[in-house]
Design a binder for this molecule. Structure first.
Ligand code: ATP
Ligand code: MN
Length: 463
């Protein structure tokens, strides 16, 4: 007799096999001659149906305890299921109830609950079909990210969560402090004196691991980070979190073309892996959440991404036979409506836009020979808009210094970053992928708060 996960039982269990399963009751149906419960242990979308006969010891008591939400262990024998929709079910020979769940107060009942309601019971919502499917896909995708890079010899590096670098996230940085708020030390200018803080200077939560990834790429060639990042942006949208996970590969001896090739191969790989590992969950999303989920996945896997320059993209947007809310003009950033028009309507597949105007991109992006654009690339996806942002980095010391100064950043803060150009500089490139945006994209989930177990957003932090 083995202890088994329900996924294993439902996929491979054979009639007459003895099994013990553990999990939580999803539903109970009592008939005259016997009763059914459906049990879920999080390993699989479908529940395992369990048949309970009245000759079980303590049948009456057990039936009173086995309500939705109760935790149980069931031992028995597998039998072919006469019911529709399942191959096999479990005939119980013994049942142990670990913990009851009072039906008068347990918030998750059999009916469908709105995602808004489920967010108010974040500690229980993972026991629902949709949220558990999301977190299985999230897990499969996270694992596939590591597989993809590890297969290609990339080193997983751990960029710091606490950082002293504030040049990337103007206005979006959370400060990390343990100063005494009842008695804040002040400078002569009456500003908070961070020199008396824990680190002796002001520190922040990181908004990106890229600059540190560049340090490591200059020793290991190909590296990636995969960790939490933090942004205090007050955008209460369905695509922004204050704490989200980011994947950032960085490659030495690589240009923008290599960067784009990697991004495309990467997305294709992740979609393939998730379809392979979680077919039932992906079918579920396609049926219940967004009926384009499977078609989108096939589209990503089977089509070459379109690649166009920003300048060409602007020309296409100017020719579009529809009005946009935001202006289209060379030099202005693309808004999400523009990005979606290109990916969703015009090309009907992912589009990589390259070579953006220097004025709208970060200081570290490599200046093109025309001195008007930089070697940046954004991957735009149907439905989502920007999903990846990347660039070839400026590896020339003098140009990088000029860019830093022209953006009003104090070059002394970036001495270490400039050293990478002083000593053994090489062309290099990388990109950042918002992990939750990707999971949203894969599953069709409308709100980013429903693809991370514990969402942090303006005015909301629990647990
Ligand atoms: P946006 O314009 O949507 O705010 P951004 O330009 O600020 O994005 P980047 O700084 O390029 O984004 O960050 C890299 C990636 O991280 C983005 O492509 C996106 O997928 C993701 N991302 C950025 N901000 C957030 C956020 N607040 N919550 C979740 N994911 C985010
Ligand atoms: Mn942003």
């Amino acid at each position: 007799m083995v202890n088994q996960r329900i996924a294993e039982v439902l996929r491979n269990g054979q009639p007459d096999e003895s099994v013990t399963i553990k999990g939580w009751v999803r539903t109970k149906r009592e008939l005259k001659e016997f009763a059914f419960i459906e049990v879920n242990d999080g390993s699989f979308l479908a529940n395992l149906q369990v048949i309970l006969n009245p000759d079980l010891p303590d049948y009456e008591t057990i039936m009173k305890q086995l309500n939705t939400g109760a935790s149980v262990e069931v031992t028995g024998v597998l039998v072919p299921s006469p019911g529709k929709g399942q191959r096999i079910e479990l005939k119980a020979s013994s049942v142990k109830v670990y913990g009851e769940a009072d039906p008068a107060t347990y918030p998750l009942q059999k009916k469908r609950h709105s995602f808004e309601f489920l967010r108010t019971i974040g500690h229980l919502r993972s026991r629902t079909n949709t949220l558990s499917a999301v977190f299985r896909v999230r897990n499969a995708c996270a694992n596939a990210i590591h597989e993809f890079f590890q297969e290609r010899g990339f080193l997983w590096i751990h960029s710091p969560i606490i950082t002293a670098s504030d040049c990337e996230g103007a206005g979006e940085l959370f400060t990390v402090t343990n100063l005494n708020f009842k008695d804040l030390p002040k400078t002569e200018q009456q500003e908070v004196d961070f020199s008396q803080d824990f680190f002796g200077r002001r520190a922040y939560l990181t908004v990106s691991g890229q600059l540190q990834a560049e340090v490591m790429a200059m020793a290991f060639c190909d590296v990636y980070t995969f960790g939490p990042t933090f942004r205090a942006e007050n955008s209460n949208t369905s695509r922004h979190l204050a704490e989200f996970w980011m994947v950032e590969p960085e490659m030495a001896f690589c240009d923008l073309h290599g960067d784009m090739d990697l991004a495309e191969e990467f997305l294709k790989y992740l979609f393939k892996s998730v379809l392979d590992k979680c077919p039932e969950d992906m079918d579920f999303f396609n049926q219940r959440i967004d009926n384009t989920v499977l078609a989108t996945a096939e589209n990503i896997i089977n089509n070459q991404f379109e690649r166009i320059s920003y300048t060409d993209a602007i020309a296409l947007l100017e020719k579009a036979d529809r009005k946009f809310e935001f202006p289209v003009e060379w030099g202005l950033d693309l808004q999400s409506e523009h990005e979606r028009y290109l990916a969703e309507e015009l090309f009907k597949k992912p589009v990589i836009v390259t070579d953006y105007p220097v004025g709208i991109k970060a200081f570290y992006m490599r200046l093109n020979d025309n001195e008007k654009t930089v070697a940046a690339m954004d991957v735009l996806a149907p439905k989502i808009g920007e999903i990846i942002g990347g660039s070839q980095r400026e590896e020339r010391l003098d140009i990088l210094q000029q860019r830093i100064e022209s953006q009003g950043i104090n070059p002394e803060e970036l001495g270490w970053y400039l050293d990478l150009r002083r000593y053994g500089t090489v062309p290099h490139a990388g990109f950042g992928l918002g992990f939750e945006r990707l999971v949203q994209f894969m599953t069709g989930m409308g709100n980013i708060r429903d693809v991370i177990p514990f969402p942090r957003t303006p005015l909301s932090v629990e647990f």
